[in-house]
Design a protein around this ligand. Sequence first.
Ligand code: GLV
Ligand code: MG
Length: 335
Amino acid sequence: MKTPRAFYQPLAIGAPTPCRDLPVRLERMIHFVPPHIEKMRAKVADLVNQVDVVLGNLEDAIPADQKVAARQGFIRMARDNEFGDTGLWTRINCLNSPWVLDDLMEIVPAVGHKLDVVMLPKVEGPWDIHYLDQLLAQLEAKASLTRPILIHAILETAEGVKNVEKIATASPRMHGMSLGPADLAASRGMKTTRVGGGHPDYAVLADADGDASRTAYQQDLWHYTVAKMVDACLSAGIKPFYGPFGDFSDPAACEAQFRNAFLMGCLGAWSLHPTQIDIAKRVFSPEPSEVRFAAKIVDAMPDGTGAVMIDGKMQDDATWKQAKVILDLARLVAA
Ligand code: GLV
Ligand code: MG
């Protein structure tokens, strides 16, 4: 079991969040590739220079009769490419499916040495992580792998959300977690057919003041879950992510949803379409004006203590730490 992080640890230089034992790397977008489609596999060599993480998807969106082809395609794409600083992940099938055992038994011996993270869908509790943890341990030992493969859970069932803190601390292999709004909506019985994003009917009205046509303010359907996930992840020293945004025709709404998640503490989101790569890159890198202001705070308080006024705003030890989060991320982006 991972021991809980100390109450406050200064961030390592370059670390975007206090993720103590995890590799420090940018993971602003986890780009999904359907590995059974040869045309898509052929694009991976170029993608490696554009994205922070390439993920071969074996689960939902891969038809049942293409599961074997997707698994073999992933092995091929892992073998055929050099990934450098780009992360290589796979989303395996869920634990109660007929495919998951073969996913792991074939992928780990073949390309486990190149694989950074296994994304596990529909995680309901720590027992799912324990099972995968042991299975990976057996397969790694058999393949004489020296670097542990990490686990990333998708938070996409009501039961999973209920157990989110136990999932976050279930294994030292835990890399992080992504919100899965589509499955979560179904699991909760939410009345939407969208993949992430808002809904025009989830709104509050401005005060009436005798005005019958008053403004409706749309709310963020995912606020509660993202907040709960961020707290569970950060208190366990692992990384939180927003998941997919399914309406490719509405880049502005995608950007707004990603930005909410970024401001709430998430480090990245999934990109399911090439246009979402740049959106995620823009959103999950800090704004230059924020970086400039953060630098002013750190310059004004070199040892991180005391209180100063900058542009009329009070700064103290706490805002110094906020500034440090932004500057550390900016440094990582610039590296
Ligand atoms: C992702 O897997 C989702 O269900 O939203
Ligand atoms: Mg899902």
